[in-house]
Design a protein around this ligand. Structure first.
Ligand SMILES: *Cc1c(COP(=O)(O)O)cnc(C)c1O
Length: 395
């Protein structure tokens, strides 16, 4: 059978189901005022929570680095274990570890790869992975790569998790609890205090993917652990990604020395891939300075979240219980979500429709994300546009 014969019908079905995905083409810098697909719009879809993606200080650090450091190649040339582990990678790992108060961190090129690495490396046949039902796709794929058993518990349901931990004690040699810190399509936060207690009670390992918390949550931006006044313990694995609040790209795993050494020795997505460009590590080091000094931005972000939620509830939109920058507007059917997203585009706002399989059936939504560099006026304009669309929609 030809590729065409197999896939043409699938593509057509996807289109008919309002599930077809297209890549919007961006003609401007990554910031609230954008030109996407030729449309001048205000962007409420990116994960640039602190407004660092186009920050002048990061660009300046790159320019100065290139001008003053003769030994700064762009490409890293090889994997970390070969000749690709440059000084900026190494310094960045130390700086991240110091900042988070963990023994060590390890850089990965993307969060997706970090998440492929952790479960595959740490969890073996005879073990069990217990995952929140709404975990990010990369965590699910990571579990698939592991030989451990895999069970999901209902979203945030700590009683169900405890039952599964009890069952695991009899049947499995080691359990790992796996969760998003901030859930990427919902914006709610995992109850880490209870999870850490459960992990300790049942000697399970706790793996938290804090892609949307790191940089944005906690007084010092250390993410969901700091948000709850907690500290990762020796059996915690923390993943942070650098393409969201850090405005750059890449990810890290943070934890004990033994954890990090084990990943260096055994994690295939670490070993068999070229190190990220060291210039990116330089940019992330600058972003870390901005995140550390980002109290004011985090406060502005919180004000923007509050402003949006109050306005949206006032006009009767169905929000999710989220206190984070991710604010889904629940619409149900995929075609409704697409219609709203298109109408917003016409009005000059970029808000992505999120549909199955990214979210469960009949839970299509608009995913509004807020940034510290949105102005209150921009948020008010979005609310006005939503109100106008709502008055002509059947939802
Ligand atoms: C974005 C995201 C990732 C993937 O990180 P990348 O660096 O973009 O590959 C992993 N987990 C969660 C929860 C995410 O939202």
């Amino acid at each position: 059978m030809s590729i065409k014969k197999r896939f043409q019908p699938r593509l057509e079905q996807r289109e008919a189901d309002y599930l077809y995905r297209r890549r919007p083409l961006v003609f401007s810098a990554q910031q609230p005022d954008m030109n996407i697909n030729g449309i001048e719009c205000i962007n409420f879809s990116s994960n640039d929570y602190l407004g660092l993606a186009n920050h002048p200080q990061i660009k300046q650090a790159l320019i100065e680095g290139l001008q003053t450091q003769q030994d700064l190649s762009y490409g890293s040339g090889a994997a970390h274990l070969v000749t690709g582990h440059h000084l900026h990678h190494h310094l960045l790992e130390d700086e991240l570890a110091d900042w988070l108060g963990v023994e060590r961190t390890l850089l990965f090129s993307t969060g997706y790869m970090a998440n492929l690495a952790v479960q595959q490396t740490l969890m073996h046949a005879g073990d069990i992975i217990l995952a929140d039902k709404l975990n990010h796709a990369s965590l699910i794929d990571g579990a698939r790569l592991s030989e451990a058993d895999f069970k999901r518990y209902p979203h945030l349901d700590m009683q169900a998790l405890e039952r599964r931990l009890q069952q695991a004690q009899a049947k499995h040699s080691q359990a790992m609890i796996v969760t998003d810190g901030v859930f990427s399509m919902d914006g709610d936060i995992a109850p880490l205090k209870a999870m850490q207690q459960l992990a300790q009670k049942y000697q399970a390992w706790l793996f938290v993917d804090d892609a949307h918390g790191i940089g944005a949550l906690g007084e010092h931006g250390k993410g969901c652990f700091e948000h709850f006044g907690l500290q990762p313990d020796e059996n915690t694995i923390l993943v942070g990604t650098l393409g969201k609040a850090f405005g750059t790209s890449g990810a890290f795993v943070a934890g004990s020395s033994v954890l990090i050494e084990s990943l260096i020795q055994f994690a295939r997505p670490y070993i068999y891939t070229t190190a990220m460009p060291q210039l990116n590590a330089l940019a992330i080091r600058e972003a870390l300075k901005l995140v550390k000094n980002g109290q004011a931005s985090r406060e502005t972000l919180q004000q923007n979240i509050k402003h949006f939620r109050e306005g949206a509830l006032q006009i009767g939109l169905q929000l999710w219980p989220s206190d984070t920058a991710i604010q889904p507007i629940m619409l149900g059917k995929s075609d409704t979500a697409v219609e709203w997203s298109e109408a917003l585009k016409q009005a000059g706002f970029w808000v992505t429709a999120i549909r199955p399989p990214t979210v469960p059936q009949n839970q299509a939504r608009l995913r509004v994300t807020l940034s510290a560099i949105h102005t209150p006026e921009q948020i008010d304009q979005l609310l006005d546009a939503l109100k106008a669309i709502q008055s002509t929609s059947s939802v």
